[in-house]
Design a protein around this ligand. Structure first.
Ligand code: ADP
Length: 364
């Protein structure tokens, strides 16, 4: 039995906006599920419905097989950590962490033990006597997580918990939350608009778009086999390159054709079909010379040096979604590329993703 199951869950707000349009997914016990998508796609609304802070207008929520739609938030056995932490400023760190137990009228002795345990897990034992205003952003974040831990909930819910932290701290807290989740064996549902956070933290990710699920799967599988143009564009940085063209069959061979450019494909597709070819930047390799007719010629417009890797951008004259980019894992110190010169992007046809230009769905 899944630990959490959403079945055709819907939310229509009073202003008639359909924020969530019938979504279904499951979380097994101990799984870290990330809801990811652009702002306004329905992530927070979904999380708030699981918590019971918003009423579902359709569908069902099950926790350990029990339908909880009509169960009050405090009886659902879930703990939510918010973006703004919502700590009590006049209470100490220890009192903030112990607050949920205080409300349950747990004995002082047990509260003390549980607070100490949570503080140790979060490496904040030395801060227990401080007030929230005497803490850094990352420490406040830990206190908010501590307050969720002492409740020992069935499910932890996180709503963009790291978005107020600076980049370095975000990376650190990402790893820390993931470690904590494994250590506790906790089931977590985590909301973020940040694809890197989703890819690095989730056992599974739910990619949401406009209130519907585009794809639900492991980060690796979703990245390698995006089911739609939306998912393909949303995951990855720089984003997947997209070439617009048409299928042309000649002498039994199926080609992708875009203007003068022609790429023989390994698959048979209907002649005349409008398609979009997707190529990840890491699947393009840059060169001064061409060794295949399917290389793409372009003028180098930008080079990004990222230390351990480099990104190259070209203007190719092909019908594309933005400039084409290639990323190279190696710093190309030995070869220098000058802005404005002509270069070739080489690709292997086995790395190509093909999408139906009309439906936006993956074809192969
Ligand atoms: P996300 O968390 O992905 O940014 P939300 O779940 O907050 O998205 O919002 C989804 C959609 O529902 C948005 O179009 C938003 O404007 C709308 N919405 C959110 N809260 C309310 C509300 N209380 N009343 C009406 N519409 C809302």
């Amino acid at each position: 039995m899944p630990h959490l199951e959403l079945r055709s869950l819907e939310k229509r707000y009073a202003n008639n906006s359909d924020a969530v349009k019938g979504i279904s997914f499951t979380a097994e016990e101990g799984e870290f599920i990330v809801l990811v998508g652009p702002s306004g796609c329905g992530k927070s609304t979904t999380l708030r419905m699981i918590a019971g802070l918003e009423e579902a207008t359709g569908g069902d929520i099950f926790i350990k097989g029990k339908r909880v739609n009509d169960v009050a938030p405090k009886d659902r056995d879930v703990a939510m950590v918010f973006q703004n932490y919502a700590l009590y400023p006049h209470l100490s760190v220890a009192e903030n962490i112990g607050f949920p137990l205080e409300i349950r009228k747990t004995s002082k002795e047990i509260i003390k033990q549980e607070v100490a345990k949570a503080a140790e897990l979060l490496s904040i034992s030395h801060l227990l006597g401080r007030k929230p205003k005497e803490l850094s952003g990352g420490e406040r974040q830990r206190v908010a997580v501590g307050r969720a831990i002492v409740r020992k909930p069935q499910i932890f819910l996180f709503d963009e918990p790291l978005s107020n932290l600076d980049a370095a701290l975000r990376t650190e807290m990402r790893a820390e939350l993931k470690r904590l989740q494994r250590q506790l064996g906790a089931t977590m549902v985590y909301v973020t608009h940040d694809q890197t956070e989703a890819m690095t933290m989730g056992d599974k990710i739910v990619v949401l778009n406009n209130g519907s699920i585009e794809q639900f799967g492991t980060p690796q599988d979703t990245y390698a086999h995006p089911r739609s143009l939306f998912v393909a564009r949303f995951l990855g940085s720089p984003p997947m390159n997209m070439l617009n063209g048409t299928i042309t069959t000649r002498d039994g061979i199926c080609y992708f054709v875009s203007g003068e450019y022609k790429l023989p494909l390994n698959h048979n597709l209907p002649n005349g079909k409008k398609v979009i070819v997707g190529i990840r930047p890491e699947h393009f390799s840059i060169s001064h010379s061409s060794n295949s007719p399917s290389d793409i010629l372009g003028t180098l417009t930008l080079v990004e040096r990222l230390g351990s890797s480099m990104n190259f951008y070209i203007d190719s004259g092909l019908s594309t979604d933005g400039k084409l980019s290639a990323s190279s894992p190696q710093p190309q110190d030995s070869i220098s590329y000058q802005i404005g010169e002509d270069v070739f992007f080489h690709l292997n046809v086995s790395d190509v993703h093909l999408f139906d230009a009309d439906s936006g769905l993956r074809m192969i």
